[in-house]
Ligand binder design. Sequence first.
Ligand SMILES: *[C@@H]1O[C@H](CO)[C@@H](O)[C@H](O)[C@H]1NC(C)=O
Ligand SMILES: *[C@@H]1O[C@H](CO)[C@@H](O)[C@H](O)[C@H]1NC(C)=O
Ligand SMILES: *[C@@H]1O[C@H](CO)[C@@H](O)[C@H](O)[C@H]1NC(C)=O
Ligand SMILES: *[C@@H]1O[C@H](CO)[C@@H](O)[C@H](O)[C@H]1NC(C)=O
Ligand SMILES: *[C@@H]1O[C@H](CO)[C@@H](O)[C@H](O)[C@H]1NC(C)=O
Length: 128
Amino acid sequence: LFLLVLSLALVAPSLSARKCVLTGRWTNDLGSNMTINGVNKDGSFNGTYNTSVSSTKSPPQLSPLLGIQHYPNNESQPTFGFTVNWTFAESTTVFVGQCFVDKGKEILKTMWLLRSQADSIRNDWNAT
Ligand SMILES: *[C@@H]1O[C@H](CO)[C@@H](O)[C@H](O)[C@H]1NC(C)=O
Ligand SMILES: *[C@@H]1O[C@H](CO)[C@@H](O)[C@H](O)[C@H]1NC(C)=O
Ligand SMILES: *[C@@H]1O[C@H](CO)[C@@H](O)[C@H](O)[C@H]1NC(C)=O
Ligand SMILES: *[C@@H]1O[C@H](CO)[C@@H](O)[C@H](O)[C@H]1NC(C)=O
Ligand SMILES: *[C@@H]1O[C@H](CO)[C@@H](O)[C@H](O)[C@H]1NC(C)=O
């Protein structure tokens, strides 16, 4: 009986600790959508980003992204980073963030930097 109780106590926490999984479709509060196709064993992943906001004249188009999730096998709320390769603009964006499980819901908290193409090094100061 003692052994049984002990093993139940050991199992219970792992059943309730839900892992945050990056794979799937994400929507942000501005209506942009991102799909992550699946995280490989080494943490690398790819996907697509469909932005709803842009400062360019050409309309936004589906753009590919490449990223890495840190420690894909043992972190329940992992950190990650990815680069979006915009297909409609002369610019690159990088995101860093963490995948949280909050009240049973998966949430990505991220920040990004956007680099536009400067004509010359003299215009570098406002390009990022
Ligand atoms: C994207 O990731 C999937 C696995 O999730 C893989 O099968 C595919 O080859 C990857 N594509 C590229 C372009 O890396
Ligand atoms: C991307 O978003 C636009 C709306 O902003 C939509 O018209 C278009 O179908 C979307 N593309 C894909 C592949 O989801
Ligand atoms: C994102 O998906 C929602 C529906 O889930 C749709 O209304 C919206 O137009 C999409 N936006 C883009 C940029 O794909
Ligand atoms: C995750 O695994 C890595 C390498 O296998 C290890 O260095 C790290 O301490 C582990 N983190 C946790 C929280 O177990
Ligand atoms: C990045 O975008 C360019 C321009 O659209 C495209 O030619 C290239 O294949 C893309 N590379 C990746 C890895 O997505």
